[in-house]
Design a protein around this ligand. Structure first.
Ligand code: ADP
Ligand code: MG
Length: 253
């Protein structure tokens, strides 16, 4: 069973169909990379899996458990109760292009906050856990620093630690290095590479084709809300290529 199964996923904004029948399996313990031109629907797809957007149609399941909606009697699509939604949603961690750290909290504060407010941990236990996560990504010495005192790469690593502290089974990354200076991209990709090696299931939207080709075990190319090509990097990037992928690679390589 895949970690995430997406079936017939559609998302409309007003009268515009942004996701148009996405079928995609995210295998467990592997990295799936989602690539495609700007505006093709990559972020919307991730946001649907994180339930930050409500899909217009289709189904998503996490380890076989329906997320948000399930098939009801007579094939009707039924919304699940809020408590059930929260439980399945809690298995998913997400990292955004903009790190979204709280500026008034230190690194430890940022990583421990949800452990206290969402998971009900004591402040002391939460901070101990946060320090462990920061140590693991090489930021132990920066635990007491505020975001403004950290580089962009360090801030993004704190954001990754914050997501990991909640013990997600699946990590979603939406262009995690896109707002970083080129010299800071490597440190974030290295943290992600190590996370992949530890066996984390990851769905990564990225324009870092080198990373996608070397760390991804599956690549899906999204175009106008549809998956145009899907397969192992060797299949998707091999020549002769789908012309849309050629165009895309010309822009980003
Ligand atoms: P990508 O991440 O691939 O660049 P997005 O998923 O952000 O693409 O956007 C896909 C399309 O959906 C774009 O045309 C975008 O303008 C539109 N879109 C995204 N979010 C919204 C929204 N909240 N309201 C209306 N349109 C949106
Ligand atoms: Mg996007």
């Amino acid at each position: 069973m895949p970690a995430v199964r997406i079936e017939g996923l559609c998302k409309d904004f007003g009268t515009t169909r942004v996701l148009d029948g996405i079928d995609l399996d995210i295998p467990r313990g592997k990295v799936t990379c989602l690539i495609g031109p700007s505006g093709s629907g990559k972020s919307t797809l991730l946001r649907c899996v994180a339930l930050l957007e409500e899909p217009t149609d289709g189904y998503i399941s996490i380890n076989g458990d329906p997320l948000g909606f399930d098939r009801g009697p007579n094939g009707a699509r039924v919304k699940l109760p809020a408590r059930q939604i929260r439980k399945v949603r809690s298995r998913i961690g997400m990292v955004f292009q903009q790190f979204n750290l709280w500026p008034h909290m230190t690194a430890v504060g940022n990583v421990s906050e949800a452990l206290v407010t969402v998971r009900g941990m004591s402040r002391a236990d939460a901070e101990e856990r946060a320090r462990k996560e920061l140590d693991a990504i090489g930021l132990g010495a920066r635990a007491g620093h505020y975001p403004s005192e950290l580089s962009g790469g360090q801030q993004q690593r704190v954001a990754i630690a914050r997501a990991l502290a909640l013990d997600p089974g699946i990590m979603l990354f939406d262009e995690p290095t896109a707002s970083l200076d080129p010299e800071l991209t490597g440190e974030v990709l290295n943290v992600m590479r190590r996370l992949a090696e530890s066996g984390m299931t990851m769905l990564v939207v990225t324009h870092e084709i080198g990373f996608a080709a070397s760390v991804g075990s599956k690549i899906a190319f999204l175009d106008h809300g549809r998956i145009l090509v899907e397969g192992a990097p060797g299949e998707v990037f091999a020549k002769p290529r789908e012309p849309r992928i050629d165009q895309f690679l010309e822009t980003y390589l």
